[in-house]
Ligand binder design. Structure first.
Ligand code: HEC
Length: 191
């Protein structure tokens, strides 16, 4: 290949790339592959929507409806809710080995840092000055009664909403996981 040819090809390539890239809107991200994927027909949740009276796409669900797969727990975060959960709410899971072992793992991850592996209230963060929770087997609940007598519903209510220095675990543990932990706490109450 002679020099002229190489120069010619180079010049044509530069001209072609200028042609392809320069005549476009500077803010454009370039050619789109399958633009329907970005500009689809369905409304995005944050888009204006003329089909609804308030003009919004994201509508508040009708009162009393629940998402598919959602487990209801109709006990409010107050003393009345705690007491009625104690009477009404029962662990729906069978007491088998698998659930027990899952509960143990979840307990050790989420609860033992404060409550201790055996539920004595001597977890690692307590040794660093965090207020010690009462022992499950020997302590007294701040809401009255012995910790060893805490029912399914009281423990589930506590995991769901927390109590005083203990936060809620509702965002970390699904309802099913909470019930597994409840069963494991019952085991620790007997130690
Ligand atoms: C950050 C530390 C901490 C963690 C983690 C923690 N707790 Fe607690 N928990 C406490 C403290 C402190 C109390 C005592 C609160 C009070 O009664 O004032 C308590 C109290 C309780 C009680 C007694 C409730 C009652 O009615 O008296 C139960 C049951 C309980 N926790 C279960 C759990 C379970 C199950 C987990 C794990 C999902 C957990 N806790 C995780 C600190 C913690």
């Amino acid at each position: 290949m002679n020099k002229i040819k190489i120069l010619g090809i180079t010049a044509i390539s530069i001209a072609a790339s200028i042609l392809v890239t320069s005549c476009r809107d500077k803010r454009s991200t370039g050619w789109e592959y399958a633009p329907n994927m970005y500009r689809h027909i369905a409304y995005d949740p944050d888009q204006a929507n003329p089909n609804f009276a308030d003009g919004k796409t994201a509508q508040v669900p009708p009162k009393g409806t629940i998402p598919v797969g959602f487990t209801r727990f109709d006990f409010p975060n107050d003393r009345g809710g705690y007491d009625s959960a104690s009477v009404v709410a029962k662990n729906p899971l069978p007491a088998n080995k698998k659930n027990f072992e899952d509960g143990k793992i979840l307990y050790e991850h989420f609860c033992s840092p404060c409550h201790g592996k055996t539920g004595e209230g001597d977890g690692l963060v307590v040794s660093h000055g965090y207020p010690a929770p009462p022992s499950y087997s020997k302590g007294q609940s701040s809401r009255g009664g012995a910790m060893k007598d805490l029912t399914d519903g009281k423990i589930y209510h506590t995991i769901t909403y927390g109590v005083n220095a203990m936060g809620s675990y509702a965002s970390q543990l699904s309802p099913q996981e909470r019930w597994k932990v409840v069963a494991y706490v019952h085991h620790l109450q007997t130690l």
